[in-house]
Structure formats: structure tokens, C-alpha cells
Design a protein around this ligand. Structure first.
Ligand SMILES: Nc1ncnc2c1ncn2[C@@H]1O[C@H](COP(=O)(O)OP(=O)(O)O)[C@@H](O)[C@H]1O
Ligand SMILES: [Mg+2]
Length: 379
């Protein structure tokens, strides 16, 4: 499917890319709002003679230690027959440039095959040779930095996209120093200190974003770009777009029907896609009622579960839910930190730490919460 709109966000990201690297950018927003889709679209638009985009998805592998981290960050290749770091960098560079060439000549955009290659022999030296964990990541950072420098020496600007970065949050290097801290330090070096590469970190985990936002190390070294669900205007246009793309305009929706879809599910792209796809076999009311029923049941089972385990917590959760009876979003200061974290962790609420706002993950979830409260006679 084609990519739809997001003009404002694309412009924002492109304007960052067009200036000198200064800050680490965090792209955040509710689950499934289209963050990954947006960054992929930006990469598709790039002039590949000027920019070399790297895309790393930290969900590719279950990361439990530094070896896993290294294997996600780097593409370990046994076909690079070299022994020294410098030789590995030169070979990596060749591979990257030939991948870019392939990408440029492809008639369709086939995702992002640009990884950071490293010779297996050199990689093994990093991992085996030194037992101290700190040294190990240090070597990896040095390798990447040297490679990026080489790219810059060719007059090209590297762009690092780090998707699902929150996967690193629980890994420790040694004692109490976290891997994430050392990684951020490295990324600050690439941006603020040496202006070597652009860095975009993407995450749906709003607690992670809050943690980053309030951490002293990143103050004045990071900035934030919100990719929220579509607002009403964009959502209605997206529905038109989807009826063309998915239904080949066999079904025509009236303005009223489109507004009804938005009022029910809101502007989350995946939900709108789901609705339109289901219209192939069901009526609009059937589809919307089914989605609401399904989401409401999830909320009810969640509440049942909490009630059984901890009645005090249950009462607190109900009180939070009641705050949303006539409001789609509330100031996050109205809810205690631990309670906020509990509901955000359960993917029911989304916290925007920059705006200081707490809201259900989608408009559908908002309706479901209110319907559940009604059915439980709690309103
Ligand atoms: N602007 C868009 N145009 C078309 N489809 C989109 C758009 N944004 C998101 N989507 C669809 O929604 C899905 C979820 O988006 P994704 O980028 O994976 O969400 P996130 O990374 O925020 O969790 C994508 O697979 C894509 O199909
Ligand atoms: Mg994503």
C-alpha cells in the first residue's frame, strides 16, 4: 500500500536531516500510530547520493546481553576475509555502497537492507579477546565511529535509525552502569560532540520516553518528534485513500459514515485499515460494534484480573478510568506515578511526557473504557 500524508512530520524530519547533526531525535507516539512507517517513508525520499541511511530494529532479536546487542547493531559477515579493523571498515564500506547502488536502481522500494557490516574475525576479536564488558562495547562504538568517519570523508552523511530502542533498557554493562547509558553517551558523541551522523531513535514505549526525557545526561542533547494517531481531518482523508486502495472504490462511504468511523475508532492507521478491510464482508455498524465489543471485553477482563489480585489497586484504576468519562485526555499530574506506569505498561494509556498528557491508546480504547464502566454500573 502507498504511504499516506504525514506531510508535516516528514517535513520536520527532513529539515533535521538537512542541517548539521546536533541532537539525538526521539520519534515517539502511541502504539501503531505510524512511527516506523513514517521513518521508512523519509528514507525512501532521501537522495542516496548524499545520504546513507542505516536502519536497526532492536526487536529483531530478544536482547538479553551485550553479545545480542552487538549482533543486532552489526551485521556479522563470514565472507569478509580480513583480520584488521581498518580492513574490515574498508570492506564494510564497499558493501554499504553497493547496497546503496542496488537500492537506487530498484524499481520498487524493498525496505531497508542497509546494515553495518563487520568481518566475523574482527567481531570475534571484540567479543572474545577482552573479558571486560565495558571494553567490548567500547570497541564496537569505535568501529562504528570509524566507519561513519569514512562515510563522511566521501562527502556523504550517515543517518542512524534505531527502532524499538526501549529493548535495551534493562541490560546492564557491569555493576550499575547500564548499556543504554553508554549507548546514549556514544550517540551524543556522534551528534552534539562530533556532528558525524544523524540519529533517530523510535519508540512506542512512553515510559521509556519519559525516562529519557527526564534523564539529566540527555538534557539539551535530545529533541522529540511526536507521531500521533491522525487527527479528524487526516483520518477522514485516510478513509477515502483506503477505500480506493483496499476496496477499489466498490463501496462508497458518505461523509456521515466516515465521521462515524472516526468517532468510533479515532485516527490510528491500523484500526482504520482494519475497519475498511472488514467492510468487504460486513456492514459498517457490524464492523464498528464488533471492534468496540472486542476492545471492551479486553478492558473488562483486565479489570477482573486486577480486582482479583489487588482490590485497592482495582479501586484506583477505576478512579483513573472515571477521569476519562467526558474527556479524551487529562493532565498526567492527576494520576500518581506508579498507577500511571501500571496502566501505560498494560498498553491501555499513552503518556506524552513532553506535553504532560495522559490518554487512552486510541479513541476506540477510550470508548471501551467508558462502556466497561457503564456495564459494571460504575458510572
Ligand atoms: N501514513 C501511513 N500511510 C499508510 N499506512 C500507514 C501509515 N502510517 C501507518 N500505516 C500503517 O499502519 C501500520 C502500523 O504503523 P507502524 O509504523 O508500524 O506503527 P508504529 O511504528 O508507530 O507502532 C503500518 O504497517 C502501516 O500499514
Ligand atoms: Mg514501529
Amino acid at each position: 500500500m502507498e504511504f499516506f500524508n504525514r506531510e508535516k512530520e516528514i517535513k520536520e524530519v527532513l529539515s533535521v536531516i538537512e542541517s548539521e547533526p546536533q541532537l539525538i531525535y526521539f520519534i515517539y507516539g502511541p502504539i501503531n500510530s505510524g512511527k516506523t512507517a513514517l521513518i521508512k517513508e523519509v528514507i525512501r525520499k532521501l537522495d542516496l547520493d548524499k545520504y546513507i541511511p542505516f536502519y536497526i530494529d532492536f526487536r529483531m532479536k530478544n536482547i538479553v546481553d551485550i553479545d545480542d546487542f552487538a549482533e543486532v547493531l552489526l551485521e556479522v559477515r563470514d565472507d569478509i576475509e580480513v583480520k584488521t579493523l581498518e580492513e574490515s571498515i574498508e570492506r564494510a564500506l564497499e558493501i554499504i555502497l553497493s547496497n546503496i547502488k542496488l537500492l537506487k536502481s530498484a524499481s520498487i522500494f524493498f525496505g531497508m537492507p542497509i546494515n553495518i557490516p563487520i568481518s566475523e574475525k574482527v567481531f570475534q576479536k571484540f567479543l572474545d579477546g577482552i573479558s571486560k564488558k565495558e571494553k567490548k562495547v567500547g570497541n564496537i562504538y569505535t568501529y562504528i565511529e570509524k566507519l561513519l568517519l569514512r562515510i563522511r570523508s566521501l562527502g556523504k552523511m550517515p543517518i542512524l535509525v534505531l527502532d524499538e530502542l526501549q529493548m535495551l533498557k534493562d541490560i546492564s554493562l557491569n555493576g550499575n552502569r547500564s548499556l543504554l547509558k553508554s549507548f546514549f553517551q556514544f550517540l551524543v558523541g556522534l551528534t552534539k560532540a562530533h556532528h558525524l551522523a544523524h540519529v533517530f531513535c523510535v519508540s512506542s514505549d512512553s515510559l521509556f520516553i519519559e525516562h529519557v526525557y527526564s534523564s539529566a545526561e540527555l538534557e539539551n542533547r535530545a529533541d522529540y518528534i511526536l507521531v500521533d494517531d491522525f487527527g479528524k481531518k487526516e483520518a477522514l482523508e485516510f478513509i477515502d485513500f483506503l477505500t480506493k486502495e483496499l476496496l477499489e472504490e466498490k463501496i462508497v462511504l458518505s461523509k456521515k459514515e466516515k465521521e462515524k468511523i472516526y468517532d468510533f475508532v479515532g485516527g490510528k492507521p491500523v484500526l482504520l485499515i482494519k475497519v475498511i478491510n472488514k467492510l468487504k464482508t460486513k456492514s459498517l455498524d457490524e464492523v464498528l460494534n464488533y471492534l468496540l465489543q472486542d476492545e471492551k471485553q479486553k478492558i473488562k477482563y483486565f479489570l477482573e484480573d486486577v480486582e482479583e489480585r489487588d482490590i485497592e489497586l482495582y479501586k484506583k484504576v477505576i478512579n483513573v478510568f472515571k477521569l476519562f468519562q467526558d474527556k479524551l485526555e487529562i493532565p498526567d499530574s492527576l494520576v500518581k506515578k506508579s498507577l500511571k506506569e501500571f496502566l501505560v505498561n498494560k498498553n491501555i494509556l499513552f503518556l506524552d511526557p513532553i506535553k504532560g498528557i495522559l490518554k487512552p491508546q486510541s479513541r476506540l480504547t477510550w470508548h471501551a473504557i467508558n462502556k466497561a464502566l457503564k456495564e459494571l454500573n460504575l458510572t
